[in-house]
Design a protein around this ligand. Structure first.
Ligand code: PMP
Length: 379
């Protein structure tokens, strides 16, 4: 079996599973408890926060642990919208965000906020000028993802953040960094980012844990009311085993960035060259996309049928993204990039992992070619 669905989730590092088992089994104290067991858990939690902060080059007190990026994105957007309601009720995002951002904005629209969904170009990008032109007196927040989960498009978030800081410093800037971290370099501090979301399971950590960077001095209305953990922003007993394991994965993701980027870029180029040689397939990912994602369409063919033929041959891929693969409508992301409904309904996403080799890519390309021939015969 060859797993090519790393953008959906990644196999955890062995160190991660061992850490979860060890901390869960031995250090089960509540980090808020005052006795020794609690104190040990509290120390583990503080240490994990320091490790994450160092990997992101921010301060430990700027890290809030959550149950994943869906929660981080909801907290950033709704928390800012509610906290800064006196500034206005306008938000800016793009037409191609992850559902956890897109649907949060839709919910706020129903409650009376106005949202500008910026259109993207044929590569799926927005520009800093577009963002600035959409800013109004009453704009509270701009939310733009770093790397698109379906196509691998890299948004110019650094330019956007810097432009906002210079020309609209009152407007908060949130970045969903889930698909970019560990694959595409980005400096939170130098990019004028106020809020930044990450998820552990996309970087070989456990599922169900993530973080939100909240720039010092910024207040957010909490989604959850309760015991006031995580600086009052995220009530609920912290998941210490997962957080400690997440910190390890985050450090490894940061440290291995350059090597991973070089390796993935070579594999991606080989993959793209091979896909271009199959005339029935058309590539949707931009040339300058993230090094671990390639998306293509087979117009007129059902993506699921393609996926299952590949699965029979031992290759696991994805139809666009795991979060939307159970929906039958065409991809909102591809439609926004100007693709036809046919193209937008037949997307297949390949996402690379650290274990892959040139040989694996060649095997996948053979399987793609075979699958296309088989689908043609079925037509
Ligand atoms: N944002 C992006 C870009 C993602 O790819 C994902 C995961 N599909 C999420 C947010 C949500 O992350 P989680 O699974 O941790 O809730």
């Amino acid at each position: 079996m060859l797993y090519f669905d790393h953008a959906a989730t990644t196999p955890p590092y062995e160190e991660v599973t061992q850490t979860v088992a060890e901390v869960m089994g031995r250090h089960y104290g509540n980090p808020s408890s005052l006795h020794q067991l609690g104190e040990t858990s509290g120390k583990l939690l503080s240490k994990a926060r320091e490790v994450c902060a160092a990997a992101l080059q921010v301060k430990p007190r700027e890290i809030i642990f959550t149950a994943g990026a869906t929660e981080s994105n909801n907290t950033a957007i709704k928390g800012a919208a509610v906290q800064y309601i006196s500034r206005g009720k306008h938000l800016i995002t793009t037409q191609t965000e992850h559902p956890s951002v897109f649907e949060s904005c839709k919910q706020l629209e129903e409650l009376g906020w106005e949202v500008t969904y910026l259109p993207v170009d044929e590569d799926g990008k927005v520009s800093a000028q577009q963002v600035l032109a959409a800013v109004r007196q009453e704009t509270v927040l701009v939310s733009i993802m770093h790397v698109n989960n379906e196509t691998g498009t890299i948004q110019p978030v650094s330019e956007i953040g810097q432009a906002l800081k210079e020309q609209a410093p009152r407007v908060l800037f949130h970045v969903d960094g889930v698909q970019g971290f560990g694959k595409v370099p980005l400096s939170i501090k130098e990019s004028g980012i106020d809020l930044y979301s990450l998820s552990a399971h996309k970087i070989r950590g456990p599922k169900g844990v993530g973080l939100l960077f909240v720039r010092e001095g910024l207040k957010l209305a909490p989604l959850l009311a309760g015991g006031g953990q995580e600086g009052g922003l995220r009530s609920g007993t912290e998941n210490v085993p997962y957080i400690v394991a997440f910190a390890k994965a985050l450090r490894m993701a940061r440290e291995g960035l350059d090597a991973r980027r070089t390796k993935f870029s070579g594999l991606r180029e080989r993959l793209i060259r091979g896909i271009i040689a199959i005339p029935e397939l058309s590539i949707n990912s931009p040339v300058d996309g993230a090094p671990h994602i390639v998306q293509f369409s087979y117009p007129g063919m059902k993506a699921e049928a393609f996926l299952h033929i590949l699965e029979e041959k031992g290759f696991f891929v994805s139809t666009r993204s795991a979060c939307s693969s159970k929906r039958s409508e065409p991809s909102r992301v591809l439609l926004a990039m100007g693709k036809s409904r046919d193209e937008a309904s037949s997307g297949i996403r390949i996402s690379l992992g650290e274990e892959h080799t040139d040989k694996d890519i060649d095997a996948l390309l053979n399987a793609l070619d075979d699958a296309v021939r088989r689908l043609q015969r079925l037509r």
